[in-house]
Ligand binder design. Structure first.
Ligand code: DGI
Ligand code: FE
Ligand code: FE
Length: 198
């Protein structure tokens, strides 16, 4: 299947509005990949497929998770998390994507995880800030994304976690780990205060 056929196949799985979002993620993923130095081709492919299962009936998504040995604990958390893991599986099985880096970028685009690769960060952040997104704080995150991918993604996860807490919902552990991991990465990348150096 060539790139054009892949795009048509994925497009047919979702309503037009959601395809608009996917186009936004494709464009933004490539920009971020070039800016931060990971493979724009891989970012583009992951972006095309990232929400491939999003509009499948949730029972279909759950079935993919149950029957293919994907993490079963997902089924105890919000249904919104399921399409990412199911999507990575479908990308491999139905669309022949064999590259594990691309599959991980699809798999972790919603929850995140500790120690995310640059490609995972780029696709996850693009999903938050593509031009069609409009939520409180998105302008600020877009600005930070101009120069610091980890900080922008940290603020994005903080927003999601706050949203889930405000609604009294559960937070999937990988999201907490992703958030804590980014805090550590940012700390390590910042210059040490002169008085603390020895
Ligand atoms: O598929 P999209 O709508 O483009 O975006 P997404 O894959 O990032 O899904 C985001 C939704 O998932 C958002 O409304 C919050 C919801 N969600 C529910 N539980 C969790 C969660 N998101 C994260 N990161 N962690 C959770 O535990
Ligand atoms: Fe998604
Ligand atoms: Fe998305």
């Amino acid at each position: 299947m060539d790139r054009k056929q892949l795009i048509e196949a994925v497009k047919s799985q979702m309503p037009a509005k959601r395809w608009e979002h996917t186009l936004g993620v494709m464009e933004t993923s490539v920009i971020l990949a070039r800016r931060y130095g990971c493979d724009p081709e891989k970012a583009y492919t992951a972006a095309i497929l990232h929400d491939v299962c999003k509009f499948w009936p949730v029972q279909e998504q759950a079935k993919v998770i149950r029957e293919n040995n994907l993490p079963q604990d997902l089924l105890d958390y919000d249904k919104e998390l399921w399409h990412a893991h199911a999507g990575a599986f479908i990308a491999k099985r139905n669309y022949g994507i064999g590259d594990e880096e691309i599959l991980d970028a699809i798999r972790y685009h919603t929850s995140g995880r500790q120690g995310m690769s640059l490609l995972e960060k780029v696709v996850c952040l693009a999903d938050y800030i593509e031009p069609g997104r409009d939520f409180p704080g998105v302008h600020n995150i877009r600005e930070i994304a101009e120069h610091n991918v980890e900080k922008a993604l940290l603020y994005a996860f903080d927003g999601t976690i706050r949203f889930l807490l405000d609604k009294g919902r559960k937070v999937y552990p990988l999201t907490i780990h992703a958030r804590n991991g980014l805090v550590d990465e940012i700390k390590l990348s910042e210059p040490v205060e002169p008085e603390l150096q020895n």
